[in-house]
Design a protein around this ligand. Structure first.
Ligand SMILES: *[C@@H]1O[C@H](CO)[C@@H](O)[C@H](O)[C@H]1NC(C)=O
Length: 242
């Protein structure tokens, strides 16, 4: 169930395709290699003959590079000339594409960013900037239960049942993708971004690790032992012990 928005701001669209954005690693910025060599590397990897690895890769000299990159940027804050651009984009459609992209990123000391699923509203696959908040909530349950919780813990919001919309979870995905309530779920098969806008959204995060035992420390140990270089890097992932 989703409280109605109080303003008419459109939401950014969910991204559906898996795009691997290959960026020059900060740690090894001396390794700026020829992007064409990256394409050749992709074709040296195991490949599906019906869909060669390099045929889904875009490098900056490719005339479609900018269009492919911009098509997946829902937030205009990250669509500026000064926004860092990837070294290559792999529009992976098969496991072999993903394997090849990761293998070559490793070989060229490049960093990989994954663009898919809609959880990139903070621009983690670009860079972080600042300002502008919007306030929308989703509760996995019935509205009467949520109103009880909200009016007990956040009475200042004066939330009313008429502020809320109950829907199936899958319909909430359509809602978050910015379509009017009632739109058929089949629109999710079309990953096109229609409404672009400037925005900043923030999730709430716990301040200390949720762990009943020493799980977090154990995960940090495991991460540190199998990926000491932090190749599988994401701001929200288990960190490497320093
Ligand atoms: C751009 O890259 C795509 C995907 O690899 C490829 O199909 C296309 O031929 C390339 N275009 C040019 C002009 O090189």
């Amino acid at each position: 169930m989703i409280p109605k928005r109080k303003n008419s701001n459109k939401m950014e669209k969910l991204l559906v395709l898996s795009l691997l954005l290959i960026s020059t690693s900060i740690a090894t910025s001396q390794s700026v290699t020829d992007p064409v060599a990256f394409l050749r590397c992709l074709d040296r990897q195991p490949t599906d003959p019906t869909s060669p690895n390099s045929a889904v890769a875009y490098i900056p000299t490719n005339s479609s590079f900018t269009a492919v990159l911009r098509r997946r940027i829902p937030n205009l804050r990250f669509d500026k000339p000064t926004t860092p651009k990837p070294f290559a984009i792999v529009a992976a459609a098969t496991w072999t594409h993903i394997q090849a992209a990761l293998g070559c990123a490793r070989e060229f000391s490049l960093q990989v960013r994954i663009r898919s699923g809609g959880h990139d509203f903070e621009g983690l696959s670009y860079t972080s900037t600042t300002v502008l908040a919007s306030f929308i909530g989703m509760y996995l349950g019935r509205s009467d239960k949520m109103l009880t919780v909200m009016n007990r813990d956040f009475p200042e919001l004066k939330l009313k049942v008429t502020d809320c919309t109950e829907m199936r979870w899958i319909d909430s995905v359509v809602f978050w993708a910015g379509y009017p309530i009632g739109t058929p779920t089949s629109v999710l098969l079309n990953p096109k971004i229609t409404n672009k806008l400037f925005m900043k959204r923030k999730s709430d995060y716990v301040k200390s690790p949720i762990s009943r035992t020493d799980n977090f420390e154990r995960l940090v140990d495991i991460k540190s032992s199998i990926d000491a270089e932090n190749f599988w890097r994401n701001e929200q992932s288990i960190p490497v012990r320093r």
